[in-house]
Design a protein around this ligand. Structure first.
Ligand code: ADP
Ligand code: NI
Length: 219
């Protein structure tokens, strides 16, 4: 199979596997990350087969929805890629990217990195901020039954990994605990530029949110 066929087959597999997924982690999240990754990679030197396969497979089996098992994603990706005869070096690289991509791993020491990981990581982070990021946060919060906001519950800016994974705090807190921190963690030039715009949009959003909460918007 040539590169385009491998990518097409992988996209079909992912679309089909994620058809009943929660709104923030569904096929359309993958579609946006895949597009973001292609855009970012235009100004980087990278192995595009690895970038596209990793973008497509990065959330194929998220540990959050599989009892905390962090190996299920890389394992599912590898089994699929073997079935379409992708070479072992590419499979291993895609697995490493899936393992070390997530925000949760930023609590740990950096064990693996590569240009391809940096591109997919930026692409995934961009989808967690801006207008889409806001929609995803409230979708995830709704899925978990969280409140939007509680003025008495302050964000925890120095969370441990365990606290981050187990928090039940309102969704607005997540903006401070993760979303507003992402712009300073971007790896690539294009990623940084796009993150800046999306970051200021979230700041305006929060301003408006608090104003409406207290009915202090001028009429
Ligand atoms: P990662 O896998 O990088 O740790 P997550 O899977 O936690 O990232 O985040 C995926 C999406 O779910 C993001 O859009 C994120 O904002 C949202 N999300 C994760 N945790 C929360 C939370 N506690 N409240 C609201 N949204 C969340
Ligand atoms: Ni993702």
């Amino acid at each position: 199979m040539d590169k385009n066929e491998l990518i097409g087959k992988t996209a079909d597999f992912v679309r089909n596997t994620l058809k009943d997924a929660e709104g923030g982690h569904d096929w359309w999240h993958i579609y946006r990350v895949w597009n973001n990754a292609n855009l970012i990679a235009k100004t980087e030197q990278a192995d595009m087969l690895v970038v596209e396969l990793a973008a497509l497979l990065h959330d194929i089996a998220d540990s959050k929805f599989h009892g905390g098992d962090e190996e299920i994603g890389p394992q599912t990706a590898s089994t699929f890629l073997k079935s379409i005869n992708v070479d072992d070096i590419t499979i291993h690289h895609v697995q490493q990217i899936i393992r070390y991509l997530s925000f949760k791993s930023s609590f740990d020491e950096v064990i693996f990195t590569s240009k391809e990981l940096q591109i997919v990581q930026d692409a995934d982070r961009l989808d967690a901020i801006g207008a889409i990021g806001i929609a995803r946060a409230f979708s995830y919060g709704g899925f978990k039954g969280r409140e939007f906001y509680d003025p008495a519950i302050k964000p925890n800016l120095s969370m441990t990994k365990a606290e981050y994974k187990n928090t039940t705090a309102p969704t607005i807190n997540h903006f401070y605990e993760k979303l507003l921190q992402l712009k300073d963690k971007m790896n690539t030039t294009t990623g940084k530029k796009l993150a800046k715009q999306r970051h200021s949009f979230m700041e305006s959003y929060l301003e408006q949110f608090y104003a409406e909460w207290e009915a202090s918007v001028s009429v």
